[in-house]
Design a protein around this ligand. Structure first.
Ligand code: ZN
Length: 469
């Protein structure tokens, strides 16, 4: 096997385009020298919703968020909401200290942590498979995330702690280290995707990589260590906030939403992720949430027509009575369906996903390749996978670039957005110090591909990803 150690760096919220430009312009010299020049920099596709939490699952478990039944940063479970008086597991947000609940919601399958020993985790919130003593920042993490959200000067401190812990773990000889750098996401939300603070945050990661590689070189481990850098999602700049909860209130569907989760007599719920994506849920009647409401019934209630009038809603998707996924926007309507394990796509009039092609009997990989360089990369498979989750909304929304779906209760105001299915939010860098030939990679493929480099095969359980070469 070429590698005996594995360092996985996750830069939260790094769009492929920004990372690629920084590498091209020699602004991340250590990453270029030690990683991309030795291996490659690829444009990979994240998952829908493209948000912290759900978008970590592919890397660590090889699963789509829909398969893992974690369809958002916030979600509602129609089945469980009335059974649990205190909100969980019927209603969920991973904001601040609530992020500690994340691993409880994950399926019972191995993570990267289970394949290596000793391991270390730094700031990453997917700690399943990592013992508390190996989770180096477990005491600092909840407070750091809760406060950094409000006082963004703290990001610099978090980055410094992450870098120190990373170098310590490398020096101590850990076989697998997962380290999250979250300042790019934090600063982007409060400024824009290329602000001075954001670029500085990328450079801080590069400096940490430089120190890591020097240490590995000294111990003779540099060539034996796989170093993989990626991101959970991209990001777009935001000008307009759509108040989706207030829109639903005004349409007569009084809406449950964070932080107003104790509202009474509600008829709908909006659970926003990132904030470019939302799961919307509708009550079957005054007291019962019922099961997933088919899009035909939602349409009969006038909700689709009402939502189509809201400016900035890029896509509205729901599940038909026949199980297929219906996609709507102001321009047209389309249908994604599965038969015998293959995917077909048809549209009426203008194609809301902009593919302008009807597809028949595509494999998952063919569907990825066909849609890779479009406004909605991997849109067909991503829309199918999210509705696999019983906790996904009756409707799933993706905002147009420039818009988000949360107008109130976001302090400080968000000026950049992710969560949606749009290319700039879905496309992520994959920098790794070994060559990969294909130009078509999902984040969900990284789990089996990385493990394969260590001779580990996936057996006895199912994943969504596949080994790419
Ligand atoms: Zn974010």
């Amino acid at each position: 096997m070429p590698f005996s150690r594995f360092i996985f760096i996750l830069i939260d919220g790094a769009p492929y385009s920004v990372f690629h430009e920084l590498i091209k312009n020699n602004e991340l010299p250590n990453i270029k020298k030690f990683i991309t020049n030795k291996g490659c920099l690829k444009k990979a596709v994240s998952v829908f919703p493209s948000t912290t939490g759900p978008a970590f699952i592919p890397f660590f478990m090889g699963l789509f968020p829909g398969t893992a039944n974690v369809p958002g940063y916030r979600w509602l479970s129609k089945k469980d909401i009335l059974q649990h008086k205190y909100g969980r597991p019927g209603l969920c947000s991973y904001q601040g200290t609530d992020g500690l609940n994340f691993i409880v919601d994950l399926p019972d399958q191995p993570t990267l942590f289970n394949y290596f020993s000793p391991v270390s985790n730094i700031y990453n919130l997917l700690t399943k498979g990592c013992s508390p003593t190996d989770d180096r920042t477990r005491r600092k993490k909840p407070l750091a995330y809760a406060t950094a959200h409000f006082f963004h000067g703290i990001w610099q401190h978090i980055t410094a702690v992450a870098s120190q812990e990373l170098i310590k773990a490398v020096e101590e000889g850990d076989q697998f280290i997962a380290c999250l750098f979250s300042a790019v996401d934090g600063h982007s939300h409060f400024s824009h995707t290329k602000s001075k603070a954001v670029i500085q945050s990328y450079k801080a990661v590069d400096q940490a990589i430089g120190k890591v590689c020097q240490s590995l070189y000294k111990s003779g481990d540099l060539d034996k260590t796989m170093i993989l850098i990626s991101s959970d999602h991209g990001m777009t700049n935001t000008k307009t906030h759509i108040d989706i909860a207030r829109c639903l209130d005004q349409s007569g569907h009084r809406c449950l939403h964070y932080p107003l989760i104790w509202r009474r007599n509600v008829k709908s719920a909006s659970m926003v992720s990132g904030n470019g994506m939302a799961n919307l849920y509708f009550k079957a009647n005054a007291i019962d949430w019922g099961e997933r409401m088919p899009i035909e019934e939602i349409n009969q209630r006038g909700i689709i027509d009402f939502l189509l009038k809201v400016e900035g809603l890029g896509l509205i998707a729901g599940q038909s009575e026949d199980g297929s996924i219906i996609v709507r926007n102001r321009l047209g309507k389309s249908q994604v369906s599965v038969a015998n394990g293959t995917i077909s796509y048809e549209f009426d009039g203008v194609d809301p996903l902009g593919y302008n092609t009807c597809y028949h009997n595509l494999s998952s990989r063919e569907a990825l390749i066909e849609t890779y360089n479009t406004k909605y990369p991997d849109g067909l498979v991503q829309l199918l996978q999210i509705f696999r989750s019983s906790r996904a909304g009756d409707l799933v929304l993706s905002a147009e670039p420039g818009y988000d779906l949360r107008a109130r209760y976001e302090y400080p105001e968000h000026r950049a957005t992710h969560g949606g299915l749009t290319a700039e939010q879905m496309l992520i860098p994959l920098a790794v110090n070994f060559p990969i030939e294909t130009d078509f990679i999902r984040s969900v493929d990284i789990f089996p591909t990385a493990l394969n480099q260590f001779g580990h095969q996936i057996k006895d359980f199912e994943i969504d990803g596949q080994i790419v070469k």
